[in-house]
Design a protein around this ligand. Structure first.
Ligand code: AHR
Length: 340
């Protein structure tokens, strides 16, 4: 009887040992990072591919995930918030380790982010901002300071007009400004406009500028061109300045300005936001005057932050990436160094 009992115990110990060994193999296999750690899965909802900037942002996130050994579930929302909400719900259903998303618009995220929180999946907001009743629904925000970008646009413009002794084309004592705004309801469009207007209101020179027209060009080259055509149709001989919320819309508008028989960058001063290669080339060609950088290379910081969160380390709630201002006179020297 004793012998049988000892045999049964020995068999049971072997089974337990084999079970433990099997677990270890699994965690260092295909679903694991090197060193036996479980591989992190991140669900990432991108808004689409509306601009040169967005393409660079997507590439940065994809490359950084590869470099960090993070498995990325990438979803393209084709510019629709409802698609982003669907994607986030599917990430929750799949049980990803962490969710990151670029909110196409500021509002409307409370319910789905509460669902992620209830499922204990941490959320990182990328690039744009969200407006929530409860900010604990996301752990961190990584992106850019849109208010500051708008302020920098006005400050540069004010200086430039003074330094170059510019006078309003149609006479009078005010420069007439047209604005191509970004996606309606997006934090970037709202805050860039706010930053620009506030800087104008606070400046001693603010009264020298008048916003003649302001309309969305949806952050795309084509819409930027179309809306600029309509601005020119009504006010061709009045417009002194174009402020475009992104470079792509400025590039579209340049074509409209040339088609209207005017010289972009000379008859109409052009300042935009992003810092993509296309606008650097336009500045070298004398067709644009300044770009205020909005840095899309947010992938490495996103992956680093995700790893910290999942290790239970404390992270900053809000991190802005570095950004510069590039007027036309530095474009030629700077273009070869540009990464996007
Ligand atoms: O959210 C960032 C903005 O979105 C960039 O300025 C623009 O180019 C993009 O599409």
């Amino acid at each position: 009887m004793k012998k049988i009992l000892a045999l049964v115990m020995a068999i049971m110990m072997m089974v337990v040992a084999a079970g433990c060994g099997g677990g270890n193999e699994k965690s260092s296999g295909s679903g694991s990072a090197a060193g036996g750690e479980k591989k992190i899965t991140m669900g990432f909802s991108q808004i689409g591919a509306e601009s040169e900037w967005r393409t660079a942002n997507t590439e940065s996130v994809k490359q950084a995930a590869k470099d960090a050994g993070i498995e990325l579930q990438f979803s393209d929302a084709q510019q629709k918030q409802e698609n982003q909400i669907k994607a986030i719900r599917s990430f929750i259903a799949q049980g990803v380790d962490i969710i990151a998303f670029v909110p196409i618009v500021e509002t409307g995220w409370d319910t789905v982010l509460k669902e992620a929180k209830d499922a204990k999946i941490p959320v990182i907001v990328v690039d744009r901002d969200v407006k929530l009743a409860d900010d604990s629904l996301y752990v961190a925000k990584i992106g850019t300071d849109s208010v500051k970008e708008g302020q920098n646009v006005f400050k540069w413009l004010d200086e430039y007009m003074k330094k170059n002794n510019k006078t309003p084309r149609a006479g009078g004592d005010q420069f007439q400004v047209v604005v191509l705004e970004g996606t309606v309801g997006s934090s970037v469009a709202i805050r860039r406009q706010e930053g620009f207007k506030n800087a104008m209101a606070e400046s001693a020179d603010g009264k020298k500028f008048n916003i003649l027209a302001s309309q969305t060009g949806e952050f795309t080259r084509q819409k930027g061109q179309e809306v600029m055509e309509s601005f020119l149709k009504s006010d061709r001989d009045k417009i002194d300045v174009l402020f475009a919320h992104n470079d792509d819309m400025a590039l579209g508008a340049i074509q409209a300005i040339e088609a209207a028989g005017l010289q972009p960058g000379k008859d109409i001063t052009i300042v935009s936001i992003d810092g993509v290669k296309g606008i650097f080339q336009a500045m070298i060609d004398g067709k644009a005057n300044c770009t205020v950088e909005c840095n899309p290379l947010q992938g490495p910081l996103l992956m680093e932050t995700a790893k910290k969160i999942l290790k239970g380390e404390k992270v900053e709630k809000l991190v802005y990436v570095d950004e510069g201002i590039f007027p036309a006179d530095v474009a030629e020297k700077t273009l070869p160094e540009r990464k996007y």
